[in-house]
Design a protein around this ligand. Structure first.
Ligand code: FDA
Length: 389
């Protein structure tokens, strides 16, 4: 039997596409259930989009590529779908929209829409490879342990990236794309905690503070979490997408504080104190102690010049740290890089030189910030593809 469209991967993008593309559609996935990443996302409540989503929130070799799809299916279009399905939602912070009840509601909504559209879903079906004979694609599958080949007029790559292999991420979309002559940019883990081999923060693990973290040309004001292995928290996860191995990151502790003014005030109010002790008034005690030891802040405030205070204020405003690595794909929320957008139409997601082959979602070289942007890319790219089909 020949399908009009064979969608590889029943994740966010694959299900969204299957629910809207029409014709005889088959979706295959090697997992036991569809939409597993949706189910566990956002702490089980799925941060399904962001009110402020715009192209600037996405990283790609071609920053213009995502514009068309995002403009033609916006966050408000997805919110309208969620509303229509009767799913209640709320804004948590910074425009991040979450389900009130459970991420499973989003999975169910997509499965219901797929069923209404008459799309078939084969679970526990692994994709082994894709080739083309004449106008038809031949997709090699292993279904419940049995090898088989299915024919289709169109194939949609929606198998995501490499993050969290334990959940079934394989990166097979890259191999298939390369097999058809498409380029794949360098890929690396993103939205991932950063690590330090010397474990400098092991003693203050669990401490969190507001921070501004800069890496490359990214800068994010959110919480920073000190961990046993290094640094995490939203500001670090965001910055990790702009960080490359060997580079340092720059951190401002409590960016709303005017550190110079606070230190001067401390010198007036408590001149007998040491600088490090004064810092403990404005930072978690354990962190202040660590800074005291690391930066040698034992000078008594009364004997401290403005020059010395401004040196300390500068360290607090621009703490340079060089991570040795990241936690890798084991915990990364997404994969940075992917199928080179130069080979794809931004309007339809179809490969320019391979008619009938499409790529959507995370396998494409478009990576969103933390905060619902990656799902929005999955929805928008899937809709661009579905409308074209
Ligand atoms: P996705 O990974 O969802 O789906 C790919 C599918 O392909 C999977 O079902 C997989 O089993 C299947 N597959 C892979 N290889 C296969 C093969 N060889 N054969 C058959 N099937 C195969 N984003 C966001 O916007 N808000 C959030 O709250 C979160 N939270 C979050 C938490 C965690 C823990 C993670 C890991 C990630 C997030 N994300 C997120 C990111 C988000 O989950 C991700 O960007 C999207 O799921 C990408 O959607 P795709 O459909 O492209 O891939």
């Amino acid at each position: 039997m020949t399908y009009d469209t064979l969608i590889l991967g029943a994740g966010a993008a694959g299900m969204m596409c299957a629910a809207h593309c029409g014709g005889r559609v088959l979706v295959v996935d090697h997992a036991k259930a569809a939409g597993e990443k949706i189910r566990i996302s956002g702490g089980g409540r799925c941060n399904f989009t962001n009110m402020f989503a715009e192209p600037a929130n996405f990283i790609s070799g071609n920053p213009h590529f995502c514009k068309s799809a995002l403009a033609r299916f916006t966050q408000w279009d997805f919110v309208a779908m969620v509303d229509k399905a009767g799913i209640k939602w709320h804004e948590k912070t910074l425009g991040q929209l979450f389900c009130d009840n459970s991420a499973k509601d989003i999975v169910k909504m997509l499965l219901d829409l797929m069923e209404q559209a008459g799309a078939e879903l084969w679970l526990e079906t692994a994709v082994e490879g894709v080739s083309r004979e004449g106008d038809l694609f031949q997709v090699r599958l292993v279904r419940s342990g049995r090898p088989m080949t299915v024919e289709a007029k169109r194939v949609v790559l929606a198998t995501g990236g490499k993050s969290i292999p334990k959940m079934g991420a394989t990166g097979i979309a890259y191999q298939i794309a390369q097999g058809f002559g498409l380029k794949v940019t360098d890929t690396r883990p993103a939205l991932v905690p950063l690590t330090f081999s010397s474990q400098p923060f092991a003693g203050i693990s669990g401490t969190a503070i507001p921070g501004r973290v800069r890496a490359g040309n990214g800068s994010f004001d959110e919480a920073v979490l000190f961990t046993h292995r290094g640094l995490s928290g939203p500001a670090i996860l965001q910055a990790s997408s702009y960080w490359t191995e060997g580079d340092s990151i720059h951190m401002t502790l409590c960016p709303e504080n005017d550190w110079m003014a606070l230190l001067r005030q401390a010198r007036t109010d408590t001149p007998r104190r040491q600088i490090g002790t004064a810092l403990a008034e404005h930072l978690p005690k354990k962190l202040a102690q660590l800074l005291d030891e690391t930066w040698g802040l034992q000078d008594q405030l009364a004997n401290t010049t403005d020059k010395r205070l401004s040196e300390v204020a500068a360290l607090l405003a621009d703490w340079e740290l060089t991570p040795t690595g990241s936690e890798g794909y084991r915990t990364a929320e997404v994969t940075l890089g992917g199928i080179d957008t130069n080979g794809l139409s931004s309007k339809t997601m179809e490969a320019k030189d391979v008619p009938g082959l499409y790529a959507i979602g995370e396998c494409v070289d478009v990576t969103g910030w933390l905060g619902g942007f990656n799902f929005q890319w999955a929805w928008s790219s899937a809709m661009a593809c579905a409308k074209a089909i």
